[in-house]
Write a protein that binds this ligand. Structure first.
Ligand code: PBG
Ligand code: ZN
Length: 263
């Protein structure tokens, strides 16, 4: 099972989060040293969450492209870099889409292009909107797409919401209901048909039994995202390794975690 370290990258200064001293929002400058340390710890894959300083409904992605290019070009050239694509870190209402669908699609594809052009190895759309994977596949045919394909509406996202200054209780109706097993598998099948290269269940703990059926039905790799709430629930030494072993036992091809560097 591949291990992927999640990292927050902010346009502003390094800022603490509730996810521990090794998981703040990293400034463009400070993320450099963290990545080098992680590489020394054996990490060879990263998932980066870009976090703009301002909330705005019509963002431009110039800073993200530049930042990803610097990271990839200067010190992470041997690492695999995935970048999370969404709108919730910038939309004033905290949702993963712009209120107008056409504009939303345009903003997502602009973000995808900026990140792809900057040299990211993997585009990871997490917005759970119906057209996104297809739009990226059509407009950037050569992109490697890791889709947040079976993503549940969940209370396990608290730390992330706090880190993004998103209202904690915000309900994302476009995320899936944990009680709908077939629908949750089907969503991964749909994104696979839209052109995703890799699939995912998120949170890991509430999707663990769906990894095998998703792999069987699509023939594609499927991994888990160990979310902020799961990470915050890990107290005892050894518990992180235990969750890792169980995701592996369940057939996960990769595990994204705030603690990948510790495994
Ligand atoms: C939404 C998004 C979420 C997370 C990352 N991107 C979920 C949400 O806020 O609904 C959660 C990540 C985590 O909790 O670690 N695009
Ligand atoms: Zn989002």
């Amino acid at each position: 099972m591949r291990l992927i370290q999640a990292l927050f990258l902010t346009e502003g200064d390094t800022k603490p989060t509730t996810l521990g001293k090794d998981n703040p929002l990293w400034s463009l400058y400070d993320i450099h040293e963290r990545i080098l340390k992680d590489i020394a710890l054996g990490v060879d894959e990263f998932l980066i969450f870009p976090v703009p300083v301002a909330k705005e409904q019509d963002p431009t992605w110039g800073w993200i492209g530049e930042a990803i290019h610097n990271i990839k070009d200067r010190y992470a050239y041997e690492s695999k870099l995935a970048v999370d694509l969404c709108l919730c870190s910038t939309m004033p209402d905290g949702h993963c889409h712009h209120p107008e669908e056409e504009r939303s699609r345009e903003l997502m594809i602009n973000q995808a292009r900026a990140v792809h052009r900057a040299g990211a190895d993997t585009l990871a759309p997490s917005d759970c909107q119906p057209h996104t994977v297809k739009d990226i596949r059509t407009q950037i045919p050569e992109a490697h797409i890791m889709s947040y394909s079976t993503k549940f509406r969940s209370t396990f996202y608290r730390g992330y919401r706090e880190a993004m200054s998103i209202e904690k209780g915000i309900e994302r109706t476009y995320q899936l209901d944990v009680n709908d097993r077939e629908g949750a598998i089907q969503r991964s099948v749909d994104y696979s048909n839209d052109g995703a290269d890799e699939l995912m269940v998120k949170p890991g703990i509430t999707g663990i039994d769906l990894i095998e059926p998703i792999k069987q039905r699509t023939g594609k790799p499927c991994g888990v995202f160990q979310t902020s709430g799961e990470w915050l629930g890990i107290g005892a030494p050894g518990s992180l390794k235990e969750t890792h072993d169980v995701f592996q036992r369940a057939g996960a091809d990769y595990m994204i975690s705030y603690g990948a560097r510790l495994l």
